[in-house]
Write a new protein. Structure first.
Length: 149
């Protein structure tokens, strides 16, 4: 179990985004237990699907057994297989393998598209960065929901 600290400004941000602090802590602790996260310097990016949302948490992992949450965000699109792998990024897997920019299959409300993501070709896993999730994916999800209504 990791001691998770969420600063006041981050608590405010996650509340605005409709996230529960308990879900944020769950993502961090699950990543610590499973080792499934990527790193850039002291920052770790972890994700977990909770109730139809993919919840992401970026936290500072420089302390032993502690994590300070820097941001958290979500998206509703389901990520599928990697479609292509482009250039390497500064992100690395926990065992030091490079994580690349690429594209993955995405599905929401029976609509399938290809979208940009961070990809690990060795494991087939992928992550969506914050700027994409809170802007582009949120807008696309909203459009799909309006068309469905």
């Amino acid at each position: 179990m990791v001691t998770v600290t969420i600063p006041a400004d981050v608590k405010e941000l996650i509340a605005k985004r409709g996230l529960k602090e308990s879900d944020v802590m769950d993502v961090v602790n699950t990543a610590a237990q499973t080792g499934k996260y990527i790193k850039k310097g002291n920052d770790g990016l972890a994700k977990k699907v909770i109730g139809g949302l993919t919840v992401y948490v970026v936290s500072d992992l420089s302390g032993s057994g502690t994590a300070v949450v820097k941001t958290a965000y979500t998206h509703k699109m389901a990520l599928g297989k990697i479609v292509n792998v482009m250039s390497e990024t500064d992100w690395k897997t926990r065992d030091g393998k490079p994580v690349a920019q690429g594209h993955v299959e995405m599905e929401y409300m029976t609509v399938n598209r290809t979208g940009p993501a961070l990809v690990d070709p060795s494991s087939g896993d992928s992550w969506v960065e914050e700027y994409l999730a809170v802007k582009t994916l949120a807008a696309a999800e909203g459009l799909f929901e309006k068309k469905r209504a």
